[in-house]
Design a protein around this ligand. Structure first.
Ligand code: SF4
Length: 370
């Protein structure tokens, strides 16, 4: 089973080389609100820009400002280092104001072959829904005009089926996690999740399907229930925090983050008009703190806490991410009323403060576990 996990994780580790080697156009994206199905139906390989190869962000900081979250600084740093020269374009989404600046700066400084900015409403109402559907149609027109391609109904339906398959497989993996019958570690779970956005989708689905069959055949019955932790918050890509949690004997069973359930929950309706079904799927992803309604996020989080039988929550916020920092007091007070302890952890992508975070996490968990 270890080898199967390693093969899936490798899809992300070697993604840049693999993408360069494939003779097919590629488009990078930075937000899980990007409708990957549209890009796939247009003939592209969509993949996530992760910002995890940037070693120096001083130029990016000079252009954007050093009070930007390190995820965006890292993404721009990678772009300025030419990491994505092989791509045919980039799609940005209006997820937070800082991403708007990323789009403007990337477009002017790096001048990609193609870029598209998808506007995403913050309010959930019928007018916003219609507006977002219009934005999706605008994206289709833009791709068709720029690349001279045709996005047909048939190609959209094929893309929906493929991406829904990934969603179902990831849900199966999380159902096993819920039942606590696998030996998968939290960082393996996180890395398997990261590979889902690395671009090689057919291979990913095949490998994950094999792993799930093996995991289902070798269900493990645990004698005692571990202390179960849920991680939520802003962009999170930190194996070392997951490891720090699990060093205490606790288990990370669910991650309500963009490298977790936020990415794959639900399915695009395969029986409706494909453009509207895709638009509605992404519009209804209302669990990001950039949307107005905090209670939708809160209720979603409470549902996960109940479903996964969670004992405590680690709320992670990237430094300078105002929208997740501002959401924290409300979420924390409501979870406290429910009796679920929450620890706020603030960090950067580089995690230079991992030792102090480890100490805080251990202290927080040990007071409940021992
Ligand atoms: S982590 Fe926060 S500030 Fe950074 S891109 Fe995401 S929402 Fe915006």
């Amino acid at each position: 089973m270890k080898e199967m996990v390693e093969r899936i994780v490798e899809l992300n580790v070697s993604r840049l080389d693999a993408l360069k080697a494939v003779d097919k156009p590629k488009i990078g994206w930075t937000s899980i609100y990007t409708p990957e199905e549209i890009l796939y139906a247009a003939g592209f390989i969509p993949f996530r820009i992760m910002g995890n190869t940037a070693s120096n962000t001083s130029e990016a900081g000079a252009l954007l400002g050093n009070n930007y979250c390190s995820y965006l600084l890292n993404c721009l740093g990678e772009g300025m280092n030419g990491v994505y020269e092989f791509t045919d374009g980039i799609v940005f989404v209006d997820e937070c104001d800082w991403r708007k600046r990323l789009h403007e700066t990337w477009t002017h400084q790096i001048q990609p072959k193609y870029s598209f900015f998808l506007e995403l409403p913050k309010a959930l109402n019928p007018v916003s829904r219609d507006y977002f559907r219009m934005q999706i149609r605008r994206m289709i027109e833009s791709l068709e005009q720029h690349f001279g391609c045709r996005i047909t109904e048939e190609s959209l339906r094929e893309a929906i089926r493929l991406f829904n398959e990934t969603r179902r497989l990831l849900q199966r993996m999380h159902d096993l996690r819920k039942q606590d019958v696998t030996s998968l570690t939290g960082s393996e779970l996180l890395n398997i999740m990261k590979s889902s956005t690395a671009g090689m989708r057919q291979q990913y689905n095949q490998e994950l399907s094999l792993l799930l069959s093996a995991m289902e055949a070798q269900r493990e019955t645990k004698k005692t229930k571990p202390h179960k932790v849920l991680i939520c918050g802003s962009y999170f890509d930190h194996d070392n925090i997951v490891d720090a949690i699990e060093q205490t004997g606790a288990k990370v069973v669910c991650m309500d983050i963009t490298n977790g359930v936020k990415y794959f929950e639900g399915e695009v309706d395969e029986h409706r008009d494909p453009v509207e079904a895709i638009a509605d799927y992404y519009f209804d992803k209302a669990t990001c703190a950039r949307m107005f309604e905090s209670d939708i996020r809160l209720n979603h989080l409470i549902k996960l806490i109940d479903e996964y039988d969670i004992d405590s929550v680690i709320y992670f916020s990237l430094k300078f991410c105002d929208i997740y920092s501002m959401d924290y007091p409300y979420i924390q007070s409501k979870l406290s009323e429910k009796g679920t302890p929450v620890l706020l952890v603030e960090g950067e992508c580089s995690m230079t403060n991992i030792e102090s975070i480890r100490t805080r996490i251990h202290t927080f968990l040990e007071t409940m576990m021992y």
